[in-house]
Design a binder for this molecule. Sequence first.
Ligand SMILES: Cc1cc2nc3c(=O)[nH]c(=O)nc-3n(C[C@H](O)[C@H](O)[C@H](O)COP(=O)(O)OP(=O)(O)OC[C@H]3O[C@@H](n4cnc5c(N)ncnc54)[C@H](O)[C@@H]3O)c2cc1C
Length: 96
Amino acid sequence: MIDFALEKFVEMAGSDARKHFVGGMASGWADDPNTLGAYAAARPGRYAARDLLARPIADKLFFAGEAVAGPYAVLCSGTYYSGQAQAEAVIRALGP
Ligand SMILES: Cc1cc2nc3c(=O)[nH]c(=O)nc-3n(C[C@H](O)[C@H](O)[C@H](O)COP(=O)(O)OP(=O)(O)OC[C@H]3O[C@@H](n4cnc5c(N)ncnc54)[C@H](O)[C@@H]3O)c2cc1C
C-alpha cells in the first residue's frame, strides 16, 4: 500500500520526491473497534457551529485544529493554517 502511494506521489511530484521519503504507515481505521472508520463532521445545517467553536475565550484560550479550520476543516492543510492563524492571534493578544 505504501509503495503504491509513494509511486503515485512520485508520478505527481517527480522522482526527486523519493529521496525525501522517510517512512510510511497505514492505519486500520475502518476496522479498529475504537474508530470504525469514524470522521468528525458537523451535522447537516450546523456547519456554522465550527465558527463559534473557533472563537477564543477571553483572549486567553485559543483553539486550532481540524474542527476549526474553516473551508479546510478535517484536512491536514486546514489544521496547519488554523494553527498559524491562532498563533498570530495569540501574538496579537499578547500585544507589543
Ligand atoms: C483515516 C484518516 C485519513 C485521513 N486522511 C487525510 C488525508 O489524506 N489528507 C488530509 O489532509 N487529512 C486527512 N485526514 C485528516 C487529518 O488527519 C486531520 O484533519 C488532522 O490530523 C487533524 O489534526 P489535529 O491536530 O486537529 O488533530 P489530531 O491530529 O487528532 O491531534 C490531536 C492530538 O491531541 C491529542 N489529545 C487528545 N486529547 C488529549 C488530551 N486530553 N490531552 C493531551 N493530548 C490529547 C491526541 O492524542 C492527538 O495527538 C485523515 C484522517 C483520518 C482519521
